[in-house]
Design a protein around this ligand. Structure first.
Ligand code: NAD
Length: 467
């Protein structure tokens, strides 16, 4: 069992201990890495019920099953995927050798980076710490993890679980808020993996730059859901409602706003209302409906709604409230007639509030998306035809979901990451393994010494001209 590490002074000493251990054992074998992944898997399953309870208490309410399907299943699936693919990922990759160097051999060897720092947000406090951790371990690294202070019970349980499962020189969790986060991000890690807001991501990148620490930034933004004219509104509305309302809307890849054709807006709204009633028959008091993480975020969301209403938008609150509603549950809300100037269209919503905007032509919708910062995800509902190809070619987003929401994230073999202000770098798939490895190019001289011809004295060779 490790000691509890919470203080700022512990950080450099902890990093030094991990680095020392890494130097002593810089190349963990396939077998050692698989044991670490298996240890993590076993621990997560053993702590399952305690995590479900801790997260529900941290959020004021989240159903155990939502924690299972939105977090624990993903963690276990990612560990299994990495264990299965690891032999292939670790294998050196043969590369082409140019004509003059034939008989030599070129390959890329993937070696661990050393110590990886992992900083996580509160919205999926397990999967956003443990999937990066599994990736770091698969790549043969050691890791220091800083979970969010906004889910204190879950973060403390993570610390307890990982301390009981790994020596601190292999994996350690440090607890604290933004101040500790600032110190953490200034450490000279071999890689820093940050998931959180774009605003904090900017600060993290500045801190990391002092030591030239390479980093992955998994950030946020406003992910649009674009419904093509003529596409089944019931289908689109059902997927958008699911993606918007899972975890009470507190999902980085949730559809932030919907763009529908102006002639089809009313049909879309009716289908959205029906979809919400199917998902949450008791409205926001349904057991499956997750509360907002804290009062600050609850007030922030209410003020986005109030601001839109004040500026002339129509606000539809869905689902009947019980006489005594559960703490901090915010009813699914539609905002109609939102304008680009309203706060709800300026900042990432991160709650169960969906502005529905209209367009006249698909071109206009694409222009609207392109006039805004590049999003983490883009959802398109339409036939997979030329129109779809045009939307894909003309927009840039971290990832794309076609005729669904959220599901690209759980495709273990696909890279997951943002672009521009929604992030930098990616994980999941082989991209995750490579992000946390150093791909070292190696060239082995062959038996023939042709390259010697290219050395001075050049003599007649100097007359040679390139074609
Ligand atoms: P946040 O940026 O406030 O916090 C993330 C982490 O940074 C936390 O551990 C926090 O303690 C730490 N931190 C906060 N302020 C800091 C500072 N000044 N210096 C150093 N560290 C600091 O994000 P959040 O509110 O926890 O999470 C919500 C955001 O995260 C949303 O924008 C969401 O879109 C994004 N997000 C992105 C992904 C993704 O995979 N791309 C996933 C989930 C959430």
């Amino acid at each position: 069992m490790q000691d509890t590490l919470n203080s700022h002074q512990d950080l450099p000493a902890l990093l030094a201990a991990q680095r020392h251990a890494f130097v002593a054992e810089p190349a963990p074998s396939l077998g050692q890495r698989k044991v670490r992944l298996a240890t993590l898997r076993k621990a997560v399953l053993a702590y399952r019920a305690r995590f479900q309870a801790a997260i529900s208490a941290d959020f004021s309410h989240r159903s155990a099953f939502e924690t299972d399907i939105m977090e624990l299943m993903g963690v276990v699936q990612a560990i299994d995927y990495l264990s299965k693919k690891l032999r292939r990922f670790m294998k050196p990759q043969r590369r082409h050798v140019g004509l003059y160097y034939q008989s030599g051999k070129a390959y890329v060897s993937y070696q661990p980076l050393g110590v990886v720092g992992i900083m996580a947000p509160w919205n999926y406090p397990l999967s956003l710490t443990l999937i990066p951790l599994a990736t770091a371990l698969a790549a043969g690294n050691r890791a220091m993890v800083k979970p969010s202070e906004l889910t204190p019970r879950t973060s403390a349980l993570l610390q307890e679980m990982l301390a009981a499962s790994f020596p601190k020189e292999e994996v350690a969790v440090v607890l604290g808020g933004p101040e500790l986060g600032a110190d953490f991000s200034r450490l000279p890690f071999d890689h820093l993996f940050f998931t959180g807001s774009t605003a904090v991501g900017r600060k993290i990148m500045q801190s990391a730059s002092d030591n030239l620490v390479p980093l992955t930034l998994e950030l946020g933004g406003k992910s649009p859901a674009l419904v093509a004219p003529g596409y089944a509104k019931a289908e689109a509305a059902a997927h958008i409602a699911y993606g918007k309302l899972a975890n009470g809307g507190q999902t980085c890849v949730a559809p932030d706003y919907a763009l529908v054709h102006e002639d089809e807006r009313d049909a879309f709204i009716a289908h959205y209302q029906q979809a919400v009633a199917r998902l949450y028959p008791k409205g926001p008091d349904s057991d499956d409906y997750t509360a907002i993480v804290n009062q600050r975020h609850f007030d922030r969301l209410n003020s986005l709604i109030d601001d839109a209403r004040r500026q002339g938008a129509e606000v539809l609150t869905l689902g009947n409230r019980a006489a005594k509603p559960r703490d901090r549950t915010l009813a699914p809300t539609l905002i109609l007639g939102a304008t680009a100037q309203m706060a709800v269209m300026q900042e990432e919503i991160f709650g169960p509030v969906l502005p529905v905007l209209t367009y006249r032509t698909l071109e206009e919708a694409i222009d609207f998306i392109n006039a805004r910062p590049r999003p983490l995800a883009l959802y398109y509902f339409g036939a997979t035809d030329q129109q779809c190809a045009a939307v894909l070619a003309r927009t840039t987003s971290g990832n794309v979901g076609i005729n669904n929401t959220l599901l690209h994230v759980v495709q273990d073999d696909l890279p997951f990451g943002g672009v521009g202000p929604s992030g930098m770098g990616a994980y999941h798939g082989i991209e995750g393994f490579r992000a946390m490895s150093h791909g070292k190019g190696v060239f082995i001289q062959g038996r023939w010494a042709l390259p010697k011809l290219l050395r001075a004295p050049f003599g007649k060779l100097a007359k040679w001209t390139m074609t």
